[in-house]
Ligand binder design. Structure first.
Ligand code: 3PG
Length: 381
């Protein structure tokens, strides 16, 4: 841990926080359903750093992104957080009204600014946007481990402009994850969900590192497609990742069968039997048996992303997988916003060896041993 983080500073090292305006980068990108936060794991995990700063008399200016199909505003997050901590909400990150609201803050006050990704400067890592943000504060704290794999302005450029620190959650993630940088073998990597752009490159990387790479969720559909199967109205990336180059890898395992929905009901089929009006929404029965067998013979399991489309009600197999992992003697690390949305309802989160708040960042950290957001803290001005 010390080696990985050397050169970056903990918020606990900041001399005096009293009266200081602190720009606190959190990852509050949580699932939202019908305008309400569906799972608050990331929010709950962010609270210790907010309280740490409040208790020391800082003026806490929270910045975050949210990039959910259902929400491009942090208002639902604000509505949820305000039940736990008194705070205000600014509908803009940098305008005059926001500047004035920050100017008026008292020691211990907290304000949440609107979604950073509504500004294109954020994802473009634009130094001018970072400059505008930096004017709002005296110091910067990155407690957004879960998005620190992105080279975005609030993660990469802000440490160039303000004295910078990492927060309590960031430290906890690194402390726990640095123990699994050299996983015991057999190592099973299970990847589900539908974030094609982030996850397909990781499947390719982990084919070199893991003993078994089990691909489920909508990600598997892209592989079935390059096998030449009809995918009906199932979710696909729409991109060409040249997946045919990996189909002969012995450690790549795709579901043997899938659960589909069509106008006549819900059926389990082989991927080769999917028809034009079918939508694949989960793995099938045989696939589940095979996956559980892999779980039982592995010593380390890294899991990210649900097996099925839980927002459409397909959560049972994901829950079954969670239980199988918990019952197995393997060391387990689990992460990803949608994964917790399924399992946190069952209060299973403390049963894994470690439940990370991160998805893509978790996979990238375990793969490469660092993240761009961490490197930026080390190379700060
Ligand atoms: C996540 O949900 O993994 C992080 O918040 C990063 O989100 P992103 O994949 O939209 O960058």
């Amino acid at each position: 841990m010390e080696e990985i983080i050397r050169g970056a500073k903990s918020i606990k090292e900041a001399e005096s926080l009293k009266g200081k305006r602190v720009l606190l980068r959190l990852d509050l990108n949580v699932p939202v359903l019908n305008g309400k936060v569906e799972d608050d794991f990331r929010i709950r995990k962010s609270i210790p750093t907010i309280n740490y700063l409040k208790e020391r008399g800082a003026k806490v200016v929270i910045i975050s992104h949210i990039w959910e199909d259902e929400s491009k505003t942090l208002k639902p997050v604000y509505d949820h957080l305000v039940e736990k901590i008194p705070l205000t909400f600014a509908q803009d990150c940098i305008n005059k009204e926001t500047q004035d609201a920050i100017e008026k803050m008292q020691e211990g006050d907290v304000i949440l600014l609107e979604n950073l990704r509504l500004y294109e400067g954020e994802t473009k890592n634009d130094i001018n946007f970072a400059n505008e943000l930096s004017r709002l504060a005296d110091i910067y704290v990155n407690d957004a481990f879960a998005v620190s794999h992105r080279e975005h302005a609030s993660l990469i450029s802000l440490p160039k402009l303000l004295p910078s620190y990492y927060g309590l959650l960031f430290e906890d993630e690194i402390k726990n994850l640095s123990t699994v940088l050299n996983p015991s073998k057999p190592f099973l990597f299970i990847l589900g969900g539908a974030k094609f752009e982030t996850k397909i490159p990781l499947i390719i990387e982990y084919l070199e590192k893991a003993d078994y790479v089990y691909v489920a969720g909508a990600l598997a559909n892209d592989f079935f497609k390059v096998q030449g199967y009809e995918m009906g109205i199932s979710k696909l990336s729409g991109k060409d990742y040249k997946l045919e180059d990996y189909l002969d890898r012995k450690n790549l395992i795709l579901p043997k069968d899938v659960t589909v929905k069509n106008k006549d009901g819900i059926f389990v089929k082989k991927p080769s039997e999917v028809e034009s009006d079918d939508m694949i929404l989960d793995i099938g029965v045989e696939a589940m048996i095979e996956l559980k067998e892999l779980v039982s013979k592995s010593k380390f399991i890294l899991w990210n992303g649900p097996l099925g489309d839980y927002k459409k009600g397909f959560r049972d197999r994901t829950i079954d997988l969670a239980k199988a992992i918990i019952d197995s003697p393997a060391k387990s690390v689990v992460g990803g916003g949608d994964t917790f949305a399924v399992i946190s309802k069952l209060k299973l989160e403390d049963e894994f060896d470690f439940m990370s708040t991160a998805g893509g960042a978790l996979l990238e950290f375990i793969y490469s041993g660092t993240l761009p957001g961490l490197e930026a803290l080390k190379n700060q001005a």
